[in-house]
Design a protein. Structure first.
Ligand code: FES
Ligand code: FES
Lengths: 789, 163
């Protein structure tokens, strides 16, 4: 293995530019002659637009043009990428999502008009001078109220605010109900999965450019998947064919899901650049991000678990209300359904499961995938109810989990919710967790906390996630309107250096380093001779981008496949040079040799021959050494693990301090342990943030109460201790060539229930046994109030 | 509109500013020093931290006009004279203290100010000092580790089980 091959904690090459201020983020791009757009956004949650008067604004200094919905009559709405079919076999209700509001505004932040001016300040000043006559309508904010008879409708053309009522697996419902009727014990819990704002530190930016001479549009945008944006925007919104549209997502400052979707501002800048024949730039402010980025979670669930007399799980039944917000964001309908219902078996052998989800339109900002997306919601329900069951039955929560775990000899394991787990070992990660948290020392630490007047508690959670999305034929049956393969091109240059073009996109994950490690390992050359290119539709093959912890499992597999093709061809060239059969050629450490002889040619000798084919089998082989591959996974990958949280509560204030947090994960094989650990740390911070402080709140009239970093509590350095993370208990994925599973979301999935379980544990140990649940975020006031009852 | 001159990373630089032009805007748009980032509009995130006359300042809270003649250091001026990474930058790379890199310039500038003020901070002091800098990617673990390492302290025991 070369020193920077698979398994090495290679330092990240991209860090050099980021650490010196030389990153190239979208807002760092300034094009000659560029104009700026400012969006006038609705300040009411629901209203009818009776008129927009732009006369004063249009005459203000620097204003080039003001756009309203009327300018977009030829354009389509922002498309939804997934159609869910309801429990009666009917398609979901799918309202139009216009670029600028048509007739009505439906949430605070809905864009009404857009001013393009010479400077950003002029655009903003003129937007303030636009007169909009809006007749405010009653808003629906609460999901259950939105479904009540006679509730105001978010979309007048729909029959109600119900997007769909989904049952999974509908055919199993009667059997599930029967299992509950027969159960020895039934435990139930109502819980809220709080709405979150992804808040990548880089706000969104879009720069549209247009070359009238070649009729070429270019969009620079903060996206996790530039090809997807090109496809959606080109084919469905602006009617620009792919060869006339280039989408570039350069360095992107975090995404966490919120930069997957095709947003109105992207289509606007592309459209306006064509209309004005000038580049048009939009830079989102943080306040604007809070009302225009798709948000996450926002589920309300009734969860029930049935157990037999021996405490084996016999059935699960759930009913969830999932907030879609005012419009369907690109992948919104799939999150509470296929990314949530299919995970409801968790790590456990529960033979019967029924999941019901009602997706609801409300006058709030749209909701879509946020780190974990559906899987954190499933895990939270399961891991909370198992803890409650253990408490109700008077058994150890860890023992109850272990008793019901799927065991290592049961793989492949067909769950009752469609997915088939390929590998895993949940006892192993639980054992490792208890070791690294020093579980044995907990009692002594609790006593020490008590001496200081503090309440200490310990909580665990197991999780499994389905990631590495996804088999295209399967998701096609489930309603996806896209394939979910990944692509790679390996371009070997004449002197042996290698340029890799991937359809994956890095916005913090370190692909430039890890993908180079994979190729270096396979060929046996130094990683420094390999460059990874991504984020530009003009040079990478059609790819689906990065989300759902798919880059290495799917994108990495495409790279492996393309590299294998390169190696196969290179072996044929080597065989010609060494005058033997290709089957006799071995590639090791960057050298091709004839098995059993000392004849060899090195990598660059072969690559040079490919491009200077003087001594070359031209009749059998094309010159050059460049291959493209697409990889479509045959299954999801199933990372799993056990997380443990130790908290200390101040009984005077209810303030919860995380005093220890450990994660034992099974990610299969690991390419760069340093990066994997970093991904877990980041996920943990987001999950603990959800559990303790983050909360996106609208008031009854639909005003966002948590619309800035002053009101929306972002986790900070002093909110956490150091984390203990371990990934040594690995069971490699059985169906991708690297045996990898995906690590990007695990931390955010497994940590919220561990935190809540720890808090409930601390309260029970202190005698507050009436507290069976507290909804997230567990703020001091909520914890204190719970203790008072 | 008027001209504002500052010594930025050791060189005299002049660019136009309006009365309302923020130092962050002046650096990014006036001088093209886009290493200084803007992550919020409520002076909460710290992505924009630079040093003004040796002190860490959130450049989104300062007006360029008020700083005529000031000495400013940005992330572009942090590397060693030979172009290699300074100790604090190197520690961020060594300990994986950055992922997307967006908070990084502000983090590095804040961390450098901390170490100047307090050359051997404790873990708690680092966490407390960096409270004004939000990172959404790293969970802070490796940032804290990098800062402690840059201060010359042993970080091998900082909670990474695999090490
Ligand atoms: S941009 Fe200055 S504090 Fe956020
Ligand atoms: S590295 Fe992305 S915000 Fe800190």
């Amino acid at each position: 293995m070369p020193k920077d091959g698979i398994g090495a904690s290679t330092k990240r090459r991209e860090d050099l530019r980021f650490l010196t201020g030389n990153g190239k983020y979208t807002d760092d791009i300034n094009l000659r002659g560029q104009a700026f757009v400012h969006f006038l956004r609705s300040d009411v949650a629901h209203g009818r637009i009776n008129g927009i008067d732009t006369t004063v604004a249009a005459d203000m200094p620097g204003v080039l043009r003001i756009f309203t919905a009327a300018d977009f009559e030829s354009a389509g709405g922002l498309p939804c990428g997934w159609q869910v079919t309801d429990k009666h076999g009917q398609p979901m209700q799918e309202p139009k999502h216009p670029i600028l509001a048509e007739g009505k505004v439906r949430h605070v932040g809905d864009p009404i008009a857009a001013v393009v001016a010479e400077t950003a300040e002029q655009a903003r000043d003129a937007a303030e001078a636009i007169e909009v006559d809006i007749e405010e309508l009653p808003a629906v904010i609460d999901m259950k109220a939105a479904l009540a008879e006679g509730a105001p409708k978010v979309h007048d053309e729909l029959t109600s605010n119900l997007c769909y009522d989904w049952g999974f697996v509908e055919e199993n419902k009667a059997a599930v109900d029967e299992a509950f009727d027969k159960a020895a014990h039934v435990v139930s819990l109502e819980l809220v999965n709080n709405r979150l704002v992804a808040n990548p530190m880089e706000p969104r930016v879009a720069v549209g450019d247009y070359d009238p001479w070649g009729d070429q549009s270019t969009l620079y945008t903060t996206s996790q998947n530039p090809h997807v944006i090109r496809l959606l925007m080109g084919a469905f919104v602006l009617n620009i064919p792919e060869h006339k549209l280039r989408v570039v997502a350069p360095d992107v400052g975090g995404g966490f899901g919120s930069k997957i979707y095709h947003y109105a501002e992207e289509a606007f800048c592309t459209f306006a650049a064509r209309a004005l024949k000038r580049p048009v730039k939009w830079t989102c402010s943080r306040s604007e991000a809070f009302i225009s980025d798709a948000q996450g979670r926002d589920h309300r669930t009734k969860m029930e678990l049935a157990l037999d007399a021996d405490h084996n799980f016999t059935a699960i039944r759930t009913e969830t209300y999932a907030n879609m917000g005012a419009y369907l964001s690109t992948f919104a309908p799939s999150i509470p359904t296929w990314l949530h219902g299919t995970l409801m078996a968790g790590n456990y052998r529960t033979p019967l499961i029924y999941v019901n989800v009602k997706a609801v339109f409300t006058n709030t900002v749209p909701v879509d995938a946020y780190r974990g997306a559906g899987r954190p919601e499933a895990t939270y329900q399961l891991e909370r109810i198992i803890d409650k069951a253990a408490r109700d039955l008077g058994v150890d929560p860890i023992a109850l989990r272990r008793q019901n775990f799927i065991k290592p000899d049961q793989y492949p394991y067909q769950t009752p919710v469609a997915v088939v787990y390929d590998t895993g070992n949940y006892d192993a990660t639980m054992d490792k967790l208890l070791e690294i948290t020093d579980h044995a020392g907990f009692a002594a630490r609790a006593a020490e906390s008590a001496n200081r007047g503090k309440l200490r508690g310990f909580g665990v959670a197991s999780y499994i996630e389905a990631c590495g999305i996804a088999p295209s034929n399967l998701v096609g049956q489930l309603g996806a309107r896209a394939g979910l393969y990944e692509s790679a091109t390996i371009r070997v240059n004449a002197t042996g250096s290698i340029s890799v073009y991937t359809g994956s996109h890095s916005h913090g994950q370190g692909h430039e380093t890890t993908f180079a490690q994979v190729v270096a390992d396979m060929i046996g050359v130094d990683a420094s001779t390999i460059e990874i290119h991504h984020g530009d539709t003009s040079n990478s093959p059609m790819g689906m981008g990065t989300y759902g912890s798919r880059s290495l499992a799917v994108g990495g597999s495409a790279i492996v496949r393309a590299t294998n093709k390169v190696v196969d061809k290179a072996k044929k060239i080597a065989a010609h040079l060494l005058e033997c059969a290709p089957e006799d050629i071995e590639l090791k450490d960057g050298k091709f040799s004839v098995a059993g002889t000392d004849k060899s040619v090195d990598w660059s000798g072969v690559t040079l021959a490919a491009y200077v084919p003087h001594n070359y089998p031209l009749e059998d082989l094309e010159p050059g050494l460049e291959e493209t591959a697409f990889y479509d996974p045959s299954n999801f990958t199933y990372p799993a693990g056990a997380y443990g949280c130790e908290v200390e509560i101040d009984p005077e204030t209810g303030k919860v301090d995380i005093v220890g947090f450990a994660a034992a994960d099974d990610f299969g094989n690991v390419v760069n342990p340093m990066i994997v650990e970093g991904q877990v740390h980041g996920g943990l911070a987001q999950g603990i943030g959800q559990a303790l402080m983050e909360n996106c709140v609208f008031d009854d009239s639909g005003q966002l109460l948590s619309g800035s970093f002053m009101d929306y509590a972002m986790p900070r350095a002093d909110d956490f201790p150091g984390f203990k993370v371990d990934h040594s208990c690995n069971t490699p994925c059985t169906h991708n060539p690297l045996g990898v599973k995906g690590c990007g979301e695990a931390g955010a999935i497994g940590s919220p229930p561990a935190v809540v379980n720890a808090v409930i544990d601390a309260l029970h140990r202190a005698g507050h046994t009436h507290v069976s649940h507290i909804d997230m975020p567990l703020t001091p006031s909520r914890v204190w109030a719970a203790m008072q009852k | 509109m008027g001209k504002v001159t500052m010594t930025v990373n050791g060189r005299q630089m002049t660019a136009e500013a309006e009365g309302r032009t923020l130092l962050s805007t002046w650096l990014r748009e006036g001088l093209g020093l886009t290493g200084t980032h803007v992550g919020c509009d409520t002076s909460q995130c710290g992505a924009c931290v630079v040093h003004v006359d040796g002190q860490p300042v959130k450049s989104c809270t300062a007006l360029a006009m008020d700083l005529d003649g000031a000495e400013v250091r940005t992330i572009e001026g942090m590397a060693n004279a030979d172009g290699s990474l300074s100790a604090i930058q190197q520690a961020f790379q060594d300990h994986h203290g950055l992922q997307c890199g967006f908070c990084t310039p502000g983090m590095v500038m804040a961390a450098a100010a901390l170490l100047k003020e307090n050359p051997k901070p404790t873990e708690a002091e680092v966490r407390h000092y960096l409270e004004g800098n939000i990172c959404r990617c790293t969970g802070y673990h490796n940032i804290v580790k990098a800062v402690l390492a840059a201060s010359g302290q042993d970080v091998s025991g900082l909670g990474i089980a695999a090490e």
